[in-house]
Design a protein around this ligand. Structure first.
Ligand code: NDP
Length: 619
């Protein structure tokens, strides 16, 4: 490898990848591996955490829920969700001079995914210097390239304290219903604590990963042992904390279902401490070396104001935009490798400028096959048992699933107390019994099942928001209104739902860095709310015409990724391969084609014009 660490300002070059790759044969193999896993019910194969399963979601193992009286009050802004999305919206509201802001959050503190996900080994999976927002503004520098979850959680709390968001925050509270009250021009928010909060404005900030899901394995309710979802870690049962020492598992046989980003961080820690670990794998992840390193103080000293935004933009260019000729790759890791290797090939051409988009994509595809082959050969070098090594090899294109890095995961399969159970042939674990899990005709008896089975990401919005009903003007349900696709202006407001604002992946430009999306949206939403308040308006919503135009813009600029998505192994990136009649819905919503930075420019121009074009203000 010729890479340098990401904290270096030096440009880094392409990596060494194998040349002896039979792309046609691999293409066929990828298609077979995809077909093997494709399930006709698509995302409906998962169990929604309601009714009998509600406990897997509503339990908070980290903060006792303290009784309190119901709250009845009028406020300016309710922000629903206290993760990065909610925190950044609330922070920008405060910066815009809107003070009466209350965050309502199910967890016992701010943090969102970083509050809930406290499993052993939790770390950021993409570079902390890009991922963690407001580093310069809050004068904080992560301790290493891939920061620990506890550090990121602490930063969420730092944002909360810095902007005074703890004042008035309502924790341990689940919003049940939202309805627009035409009489008072406010949203009425009812909760599981019998609150009746009447908010002039509501910002939806539940985030894409907040609602865990379970695999719909037959018999899942029959298991008599202990079980929990990875985002509700039961340290009372396992002992230890996010740094490990799970001492209570010494005499326990444990099963992990899933081998995604979460599982690969958990598995080495469980293996160290439990009696025996069974890892049930349907699709292997791509796992590269991590190259994590403490933050270099000399590098920190060299940074100039504005460095974080510049770095985020550089990361975005090398990942989402394919490559960034003429710019060094500042992040320089497994996320940007494909862009870097493609760029090196392009620059070696006699006349790079004459390259057509098709030729560019063909080069990129070749480099993709070579990188994936490099990763597969790496597994064969690390994992001693050839059958286990073969089962761990990912056969799909890079970015079909989230790429991962971890130095302990693969060697864990050399331990005598770890068994990889490949459940690809049966498209998942066959059955769960009172005593354990059945796969390939064999029952594996275990004491505990840990479901690292992911989150509701591409399912219907009604499943993802965790709010029973959202009713706008004349009782119109948002879930019905958006059933066939989002209908918004700039992805953030929707006609018939006055004073309601959306964050996340709706109809917006998308950054490779999720927190950048939230910052951009937070700033824009804060601007509209502050302007509405300044102008004495009690309602603001898009005109039909402006909304229709934006939906048309989204359609006109859409980048067609369907061929790539359709070639990918199923997962949440492609809505489980599009089964269940839902099609290949992207986990990124309906993105604005020209991209994140063009979207930012468009919003800024719109704000600078000052006329709130396309919005109707009412009093
Ligand atoms: P994923 O959705 O990525 O993984 C779920 C796993 O469960 C998959 O391996 C899936 O297999 C498996 N699975 C589902 N159903 C079955 C079944 N019936 N039998 C066997 N296996 C099954 O969830 P994660 O929690 O791992 O990650 C979700 C996302 O959260 C990540 O992609 C990432 O964006 C984020 N994350 C971020 C981190 C960070 O550091 N920033 C760390 C951890 C997570 P299959 O692949 O075949 O569907």
């Amino acid at each position: 490898m010729t890479e340098t660490l990401g904290t270096s300002a030096q440009p880094c070059g392409p990596t060494d990848t194998p040349d002896d790759v039979d792309i046609d044969a691999l293409r066929e193999k990828y298609a077979q591996e995809r077909a093997k896993r494709l399930r006709p019910e698509g995302s409906k194969q998962y169990v929604e955490l309601t009714d009998d399963f509600a406990g897997y979601y509503e339990v908070d193992p980290y903060t006792p829920v303290t009784p309190r009286d119901p709250i009845t009050e009028d406020i300016d802004v309710a922000v629903l969700g206290g993760g990065f999305g909610g925190l950044l919206s609330a922070a920008y509201l405060k910066k815009a001079g809107v003070d009466d802001v209350r965050i309502i959050e199910l967890g016992g503190d701010f943090g969102g995914v970083w509050y809930w996900n406290r499993y052993p080994g939790i770390q950021c999976d993409n570079e902390s210097y890009c991922y963690i927002p407001m580093l310069e503004e809050l004068d904080f520098m992560p301790s290493k390239k891939f920061a620990d979850g506890t550090e990121i959680y602490e930063h969420c709390r730092r944002i909360g304290k810095h902007f005074g968001l703890y004042d008035g925050a309502i924790f341990s509270t689940q919003v049940r219903n939202l309805s627009w009250d035409e009489e008072i021009n406010r949203w009425r928010i009812s909760t599981n604590r019998d609150d009746d909060i009447r908010a002039r404005f509501v910002v939806m900030a539940s985030g894409p990963f907040h609602r865990p899901k379970l695999p719909g394995i037959p018999g899942i309710k029959d298991f008599k042992g202990h079980s929990f979802h990875s985002s509700r870690w039961d340290y009372d049962y396992t002992g230890g904390d996010s740094t490990g020492n799970l001492h209570k598992l010494a005499d326990k046989r444990v099963a992990v279902v899933g081998t995604g980003a979460t599982a690969i961080q958990i598995v080495p820690y469980l293996a160290k401490d439990c009696q025996h670990l069974y890892v049930f794998q349907r699709t292997p992840s791509t796992v590269d070396e991590r190259n994590n390193a403490p933050t270099d103080p000399e590098w920190v000293k060299s940074l100039k104001p504005g460095w974080q935004k510049e770095r985020q933009r550089n990361f975005h260019a090398w990942t989402f935009e394919g490559m960034a000729l003429g710019q060094p790759d500042l992040v320089c890791d497994f996320w940007t490798e494909l862009g870097r290797n493609t760029a090196a090939r392009v620059m070696a051409l006699e006349d790079p400028a004459s390259l057509t988009p098709e030729q560019f994509m063909a080069i990129r595809e070749e480099e993709d096959y070579k990188i994936m082959e490099r990763l597969r050969r790496r597994i064969a070098e690390i994992v001693k048992d050839p059958d286990t090594a073969e089962a761990l090899k990912p056969y799909y294109r890079f970015l079909c699933k989230r790429p991962l890095s971890n130095d302990e995961y693969l060697p864990t399969f050399n331990r005598p107390n770890v068994t990889l159970v490949d459940v690809s042939e049966s498209k998942g674990v066959e059955r769960i019994t009172e005593k354990g899990l059945v796969a390939n005709g064999q029952e594996y008896e275990v004491d505990c099942i840990i479901y690292a089975s992911g989150f509701e990401i591409t399912t219907d919005i009604s499943r993802r928001y965790s709010i029973e009903a959202i009713e706008g003007r004349d009782g119109l349900s948002l879930y019905d209104y958006w059933r066939d696709g989002y209908k918004t202006l700039h992805g953030m407001t929707s006609r018939g739902f006055p004073n309601q604002f959306y964050t996340g992946f709706t109809q917006v430009g998308i950054s490779a860095n999720i927190a950048s999306n939230y910052e951009l949206q937070g700033e824009h939403i804060a601007h509209i709310i502050a302007e509405a308040l300044k102008r004495g308006a009690t309602t603001v919503e898009p005109t039909q015409e402006a909304q229709d135009q934006w939906c048309q813009t989204i359609r006109d600029t859409a980048v067609d990724t369907s061929a790539f998505d359709a070639s990918c192994t199923p997962g949440y990136y492609n809505n489980e391969g599009g089964g269940g009649g839902e099609g290949l819905r992207s986990h990124l919503g309906e993105p604005y084609g020209p991209g994140f930075y063009a979207f930012g420019d468009l919003l800024k121009e719109w704000r600078d014009k000052g006329d709130l074009d396309g919005l109707v203000l009412g009093t």
